[in-house]
Design a protein around this ligand. Structure first.
Ligand code: DX5
Ligand code: ZN
Length: 217
């Protein structure tokens, strides 16, 4: 796996200037744009849907890494493809037929990811891991930006990297999301994560180029 991927979460961007903020983080070295869609049901918070994703598509060439914190996520897939999504990650806890859901994402030509809440064991991935492009380890309980990193997730990241290596799945990304900053970035990459989502740390930093390069190093 090459350099660490940095994915700013637009949850912490200025929603009134979303296009400009997305363009800005691209210019400052971001690799993916992380897009948090919340339904007010699976998580207590409510954000936006495919029309907003479509509206910002023309502001950047970076891949759109869509994190669906919604129940029955498959109802959004086709609209997200039209809106320009590149990767879709669903929560294992929100999918009764996770295997089918993952196949549906790939069937649309997109990269497929599965996210796990902090309390969800890695074993739920035992029979889908070989079909995934990415596993998202939530390092906070999903729903809000600006929460504190849960350090118990470090052993989960390490165990996942070992399992991926054991299966020869060296191209599967381990992404982490929640409480990532200058201190925690080193811990998660050491444990085996290679894609870091950061919202408040990047968008709240007065020098976003420095924030992104700090996370990457
Ligand atoms: C939380 C979202 C995150 C959020 C992270 O449920 O999935 O992507 O934006 O925010 P920070 O980096 O501020 O913890
Ligand atoms: Zn997210």
């Amino acid at each position: 796996m090459n350099k660490t991927i940095i994915a700013p979460s637009i949850l912490s961007a200025d929603f009134a200037r979303l296009g400009e903020d997305v363009r800005d983080v691209e210019a400052r070295g971001a690799d993916w744009i992380h897009i948090d869609i919340m339904d007010g049901q699976f998580v207590p918070n409510l954000t936006f849907g495919p029309p907003v994703v479509a509206a910002v598509r023309s502001y950047t060439k970076l891949p759109f890494d869509v994190h669906l914190m919604v129940n029955t996520p498959e109802r959004l897939f086709e609209d997200l493809v039209k809106a320009g999504a590149d990767r879709i990650t669903v929560h294992a806890e929100a999918c009764t037929h996770l295997h089918r859901t993952v196949q549906a994402i790939r069937g649309l030509g997109l990269k497929a990811g599965v996210a796990l809440n902090p309390h969800t064991p890695l074993s739920v991935l035992d029979y889908v891991l070989d079909d995934l492009d990415l596993v998202l380890i939530m390092t906070v309980n999903p729903g809000f930006g600006g929460q504190s990193f849960i350090s118990a997730m470090l052993s989960k990241i390490k165990a996942l990297r070992e399992e991926l290596n054991r299966r020869g799945l060296t191209d599967v990304h381990i992404e982490v999301d929640g409480g990532i900053n200058a201190e925690t970035a080193g811990l998660v990459t050491e444990a085996g994560a290679n894609a870091l989502v950061a919202g408040s740390y990047i968008f709240g930093h007065k020098d976003r180029s420095l924030a992104i390069s700090t996370l990457r190093s």
